[in-house]
Design a protein around this ligand. Structure first.
Ligand SMILES: Cc1ncc(COP(=O)(O)O)c(C=O)c1O
Length: 470
């Protein structure tokens, strides 16, 4: 037998070890330190292991997981893991990843993955319908929100450059393209701007108002000034959930402005767009229907295991314009029922990520997501109320979504940073840093499926005693 294949008995052993590991890990995750006491000698030894000439038994691999990997991992499924915009995964999606690996569909050309192609189209349609985008809309599942933003801005740039976008790129001797986003925008936009050769000095960071939303008057002034200087404003990036406070830019107003100016409106909804699954947030998200493109992240509010992002464009031809490539060694035939996703994004070989998105919605149902998202918001509101009522704490921003930005009022910036570091190092809870209008504090983002109000109470007590130097 080929040495890289398993006999039926070896398959049974692998599945048993995997099932046992998964069950044990999830049953004990809440009892572990959220952030591990890192065993540096063990990780140094791991990094310098020689490449094995002979294989090791499966039990040895799983034993090493138990002895070295898990004890030195950050436990994102722990109920008090609350930094960044990073959820714990739903119970099903790791199994979907396993199945996707077993059938190993290559979701590039439809011939290599007909059913997976239909599944990806189905979930893209579900999302487009969720936001009320028209039938012309299309998209692609990506690795995450950063890549979704990159794909959208590529389509926007190439639309602005027109027919010579692919051949001349930015070197066609035209006036520089300029784009606009609020000062609260996520850093993935800066990264995309630099990767796309636009130059970050052509990204205007427009001031945000008291509620952390882009200021339309400042946007209009900046665009007018750039036009007067001979530059070409081409795109506005609005946020449906800014990364720090969860604010939603005025999307309908941005759309009217962009239409009047002949500019592309991209909405970075990596954080918040999928909150449209909750009736509570559907209305604030409804203006996404007006955008030219939107990013959303199934590995955030669908709680899929990493990685799964998504970008939708109002007219799928824009993706084709930006990414179409048909080398003779790949091309077979096009078919109106299917989409060659290799021509809708930057990747050629692509995993069947759509399976975990599809299964998550099919198994749990959209309504369950609505309830879970409301529960996350409720926890943030609860924490905001507890902190407001307690001396020594100060909210840095109103709680409008599932995150809470606050500071320890009796400590300076360094003191706030010290307490955050000590909290994380203690392994009791993991929050993130916050910088709000230049003020430094801490941030709890509720995206964890196991968190309760008791965890919030525990964290507040721990912070109070760390702030007191106990
Ligand atoms: C608003 C926003 N945009 C983009 C991203 C990047 O998404 P990803 O980490 O999936 O690349 C994030 C991540 O938190 C985000 O909050």
């Amino acid at each position: 037998m080929n040495p890289l294949l398993f006999s039926p008995a070896q398959h049974a052993e692998a599945v048993a070890l995997l099932a046992d590991f998964s069950k044990r890990y999830l049953a004990t995750v809440a009892d572990r330190p959220v952030y591990p006491p890192i065993d540096r000698p063990a990780l140094r030894a791991l990094k310098t292991q020689p490449m094995p000439r002979e294989g090791q038994p499966l039990q040895a691999l799983f034993a090493e997981l138990d002895q070295v990997v898990v004890p030195n991992s950050t436990h994102t499924a722990h109920p008090r893991f609350l930094p960044y915009v990073q959820p714990s995964p739903n119970a099903l999606s790791p199994y979907a990843d396993h199945v996707a690996g077993v059938i190993n569909q290559n979701c590039n050309l439809w011939h290599l993955s007909p059913a997976a192609n239909a599944v990806e189209q189905a979930v893209l349609r579900w999302f487009a319908d969720l936001f009320g985008l028209p039938q012309t809309a299309g998209g692609i599942i990506t690795s995450g929100g950063s890549m979704a933003n990159m794909v959208a801005l590529t389509a926007a740039r190439d639309h602005a450059l027109g027919d010579t976008a692919r051949t001349d790129g930015l070197q066609g001797g035209r006036a520089p393209l300029v784009l606009y986003a609020s000062e609260e925008v996520h850093s993935s936009i800066d990264k995309a701007v630099s990767m796309l050769g636009l130059g970050t000095r052509h990204l205007r960071n427009i001031p945000a108002d008291h509620a952390f939303r882009i200021r339309l008057d400042a946007l209009a002034q900046a665009v007018a000034a750039d036009r007067a200087a001979g530059l070409t404003p081409f795109c506005v990036v609005g946020s449906a959930g800014t990364v720090t406070t969860g604010a939603i830019d005025p999307i309908a107003e941005l759309s009217a402005f962009c239409r009047a100016q002949g500019m592309w409106l991209h909405i970075d909804g990596a954080y918040g767009a999928l909150s449209a699954l909750s009736p509570r947030f559907r209305e604030p998200m409804s203006a996404i229907a007006l955008a030219d493109s939107v990013s959303l992240d199934p590995h955030k509010f669908l709680f899929c295991a990493f990685e799964a992002g998504c970008v939708l464009v109002r007219d799928r031809q824009h993706l084709r314009h930006a990414f179409h490539a048909q080398p003779s060694y790949l091309t077979m035939s096009e078919d109106p029922d299917f989409i060659d996703f290799a021509n809708q994004g930057p990747q050629l070989s692509r995993a069947f990520k759509a399976l975990k998105v599809w299964w998550s919605l099919k198994h749990f149902g959209a309504d369950a997501y609505g309830r879970v998202i409301d529960g996350m918001h409720d926890l943030a509101v609860y924490m905001g109320r507890q902190l407001s009522a307690r001396p020594g704490f100060e909210l840095l921003a109103p709680v409008v979504f599932n995150c809470v930005c606050f500071r320890l009022a009796n400590l300076d910036d360094d003191g706030n940073r010290r307490v955050l570091r000590e909290l994380v190092d203690s392994g009791d809870a993991f929050l993130g840093p916050a910088s709000v209008k230049g003020r430094t504090g801490l941030r709890a983002c509720f995206m964890n499926l196991r968190t309760t109000e008791a965890d919030v109470d525990f964290i507040i007590e721990r912070l109070a005693s760390l702030a007191a130097g106990d």
